[in-house]
Write a protein that binds this ligand. Structure first.
Ligand SMILES: CC(C)(COP(=O)(O)OP(=O)(O)OC[C@H]1O[C@@H](n2cnc3c(N)ncnc32)[C@H](O)[C@@H]1OP(=O)(O)O)[C@@H](O)C(=O)NCCC(=O)NCCS
Length: 163
């Protein structure tokens, strides 16, 4: 059973390794085969570095939890509170910003444990409404979220063009 705990200094390298391995096929950047693969990998690493930086700057509205197996970080969840929506709606609005489990550890309940603990983190902050965006073909993610009481409310498409 994976141990879920808050992000600590030293977890960065694991997260930077997991991000492109986990999202490699799922990010919409990877689905667009006209985009160079190396750019997608670089983007995924930069994105995770940015979350870590914000978390290390004691941003109260952002949290990272990691999953550990045998002292190795094998997954993470990034959580956030949306201040603009919270102000507009009059209750705290939370997001699961990112969730990733290293492919070698898929199907062991780690994603689900991260979601469960992540929702606990949001609830402890006073969040009343939580949402997450994912790809409508990402069956694994949808199952993991539905198992944790999320329900699909909306789906959209992305269109792009080169200029
Ligand atoms: C989504 C993700 C985090 C799930 O992690 P995980 O540790 O494999 O998930 P779990 O083992 O907790 O599985 C949760 C449920 O989903 C099901 N599931 C997981 N992956 C599945 C798949 N590919 N196909 C069908 N069901 C799947 C599991 O069987 C389980 O349901 P069950 O308990 O009824 O059997 C992981 O697949 C991942 O990192 N994917 C790439 C990144 C990503 O898509 N992140 C989410 C973007 S918002």
């Amino acid at each position: 059973m994976a141990n879920i705990r808050p992000f600590n200094r030293g977890d960065e390298s694991f997260m930077e390794k997991i991000a492109p391995r986990a999202f490699g096929v799922w990010t919409r950047l990877a689905l667009d085969k006209t985009l160079p693969e190396e750019g997608t990998r670089r983007y995924l690493v930069k994105e995770v570095k940015w979350y870590i930086k914000r978390c290390q700057h004691r941003n109260e509205n952002l949290g990272i939890l990691v999953a550990e197996e045998d002292k190795e970080v094998v997954g993470y969840i990034v959580l956030g509170i949306d201040t603009m929506r919270s102000n507009a709606f009059g209750f705290l609005w939370g997001h699961i910003i990112s969730l990733a489990v290293d492919p070698d550890y898929h199907g062991k309940g780690i994603g689900s444990s991260l979601i469960k603990e992540g929702l606990g983190w949001l609830k402890d902050k006073g969040v009343k409404y939580a949402e997450v965006l994912t790809d409508q073909n990402n069956i694994g993610a949808i199952r993991a979220y539905e198992k944790n009481d999320f329900r699909v409310i909306y789906s959209s498409i992305v269109l792009s063009q080169y200029l």
